[in-house]
Design a binder for this molecule. Structure first.
Ligand code: EPZ
Length: 415
C-alpha cells in the first residue's frame, strides 16, 4: 500500500483539468459487453478501478485496448465464467456484470462486490429488479448465481433511489421482452451518461435523470461510441481545496450544474468563486463562515463530497454540522481530523465541527476513497508534514492526484 506525504500551508494556483467520472466509467465498462460489436469510450480517467475492470474483461476473454483516454472493447469471443472473489471484491462496481451478463447469457455466477467500508451496502434492490424481470437468484455465503429462462419487462419500484440498482436494472431490461418501468430511479448525472451510452447502442430508454425510467426491450444492441462525463466529485474535491488554499485556482472541464449544491454551500460560507460554462475560478478568503450540510440523493448535497467538505469546515469560523443520510458509517475521516487538531464531535450520523482550528500535520490513515481525499485537503491546509497511509484507496478514484496537486504548488509525494 502506498502512502502520500504532504507539507501543508502552500497557496494553490494554476489550472486543474478534471477527468472522466469514475462512477460513470465503472458502469460503462461492464455495460460494453451487452453487444458483441466494438464499443469505443473516450474521456476515460486513469484510475485503478478502471484497471480492475480491465482485468475482469480480459479474464472473460474480452478484447480490451486503451490508448490515452480512449478504450476499445470487443466481446465477440467472450467466455461466460464465474467472476471470483479476488476480482469482484476489488470494487463495488463489479456488480454491474450481474445485469449485463444476465442480459447477454441469462446466467451469471459472481462473488459479492467490494467497495468502500462506509456502510453495509446491500444489493437487495438489484436482486429485486432481476427477480421482477423473471430471474431466479441463488445466494451462497459470498456468491450470487442468477438464472433466467427469459427476461420479461416489468414495473419495478426502488425502495431507495439506488444508483447501482438503477443502472443494473437498466442493463438487465434493455433486451428483455416488453416494457420495463423503474420507479423512484436514481437521478444522478452518471445515470444519464449510462442511458445515453445504451441508447447509442440501440436501446430504447426514456426518462433517465428523472425518477421514472421507461425501457422498451430490443432484440440486439450494436457498436457505439460514447464519452464519459466530467467527474463531478473530483471537480468538487479540487474546488473545495481551492476554497481553503486557492489563489485564482482554475478548475476546468467541469459541468458546474452537476455540483450546484456544493457551489451554493461554498457561497454560503463566503468563498470567492467565479462560475463559468465549463470551469470555475476560486480563491481562499480569510474568514470562511461555518455552514451545515445534509447529504441527499441527487440533486441534493452529494454524500461523496461530505468527507472532503468536512476538512474545509475545520477552518470555518463557527459551528458547522454534517448529517450523513445515505451511509451508516461515513465519518471515519473525522477521527483522523481530530488527530490533526480539529474540534469535532461525532454522534451517530451527525457531526459537529467547531472552528476555526489550526490543523497540524501528523500520521493519518485513509479508511476509504473519499475519506482519503478529505485527508489530502486537510494535510494541504495543516502546518507541517502529514503522512497519509493506505493511499491506494485515493488512487482508485483520483487520476494523477500527486501530479495535479504538485502542478498547482502543493508539496506532495507518493511513497
Ligand atoms: C454509488 O454507489 C457510487 N458508487 C457511490 O460512490 C455513491 O456514494 C453512491 O452511488 C450514492 O451516490 C459507484 O457508482 C461505483 P447506492 P452505490 O446504491 O450504487 C442503499 C464513491 O466514493 N442500498 O445509491 O452502491 C445503500 O446501503 C462511491 O465514489 C440498498 O439498501 O450507491 C446505501 O445506503 C462511494 N440496497 C444507499 O442505498 C441496494 O440494493 C446508496 O447506495 C443498494 C443500495
Amino acid at each position: 500500500m502506498h502512502s502520500i506525504k504532504i507539507n501543508g500551508g502552500n497557496t494553490l494556483s494554476g489550472t486543474i483539468s478534471i477527468g472522466g467520472a469514475k462512477n460513470s466509467i465503472v458502469a460503462l465498462i461492464p455495460g460494453a459487453i451487452l453487444t458483441d460489436e466494438e464499443v469505443i469510450i473516450s474521456n476515460v480517467p486513469d484510475i485503478s478501478d478502471v484497471k480492475a475492470l480491465e482485468n475482469i474483461l480480459k479474464y472473460l476473454n474480452v478484447d480490451y485496448s486503451k490508448k490515452n483516454d480512449i478504450i476499445k472493447i470487443k466481446s465477440k469471443d467472450m467466455v461466460n465464467k464465474e467472476i471470483t472473489k479476488n476480482m469482484s471484491s476489488k470494487l463495488r462496481a463489479s456488480y454491474y456484470f450481474m445485469g449485463s451478463m444476465l442480459s447477454r447469457y441469462k446466467h451469471v455466477e459472481i462473488s459479492m462486490p467490494g467497495g468502500c467500508t462506509i456502510g453495509n451496502r446491500p444489493i437487495d434492490l438489484h436482486l429485486k429488479g432481476f427477480k421482477a424481470l423473471g430471474a431466479t437468484i441463488t445466494e451462497t455465503e459470498n456468491k450470487v448465481i442468477i438464472d433466467a429462462e427469459e427476461l420479461k419487462g416489468n414495473k419495478i419500484y426502488l425502495d431507495f433511489a439506488s444508483v447501482g440498482a438503477t443502472i443494473n436494472i437498466m442493463y438487465a431490461a434493455v433486451m428483455a421482452k416488453g416494457k420495463t418501468i423503474i420507479e423512484n430511479a436514481a437521478k444522478e448525472p452518471e445515470i444519464v451518461n449510462v442511458a445515453t451510452f445504451l441508447n447509442n447502442m440501440g436501446a430504447r430508454i426514456k426518462g433517465a435523470g428523472t425518477e421514472t425510467i421507461k425501457i422498451v426491450g430490443v432484440e440486439k444492441l450494436h457498436s457505439c461510441f460514447t464519452e464519459v462525463i466530467p467527474d463531478r466529485i473530483e471537480a468538487g474535491t479540487y474546488i473545495i481545496m481551492g476554497a481553503a488554499l486557492g489563489d485564482k485556482l482554475k478548475i476546468e472541464n467541469i459541468i458546474p450544474q452537476h455540483i450546484s449544491t456544493v457551489l451554493e454551500k461554498l457561497d454560503e460560507m463566503g468563498a470567492e468563486i467565479e462560475v463559468n460554462d465549463d470551469y470555475v475560478i476560486i480563491s481562499k478568503v480569510n474568514k470562511l463562515k461555518a455552514t451545515s450540510i445534509k447529504t441527499l440523493v441527487y440533486p441534493g448535497f452529494p454524500t461523496d463530497l461530505q468527507q472532503v467538505f468536512a476538512s474545509l469546515m475545520c477552518i470555518a469560523k463557527g459551528q458547522s454540522t454534517i448529517k450523513e443520510n445515505i451511509y451508516e458509517n461515513r465519518f471515519n475521516n473525522l477521527f483522523e481530523l481530530i488527530k490533526m487538531g480539529a474540534n469535532i464531535e461525532v454522534n451517530g450520523n451527525k457531526a459537529i465541527i467547531k472552528g476555526p482550528n489550526n490543523l497540524s500535520g501528523c500520521e493519518v490513515n485513509a479508511t476509504d476513497l473519499r475519506a482519503g481525499a478529505g485527508l489530502v485537503v486537510a494535510a494541504l491546509i495543516a502546518s507541517g508534514e502529514t503522512t497519509i497511509n493506505n493511499a491506494d484507496y485515493i488512487l482508485r478514484g483520483y487520476e494523477h492526484i500527486v501530479k495535479k496537486i504538485s502542478s498547482i504548488g502543493g508539496e506532495i509525494s507518493l511513497l
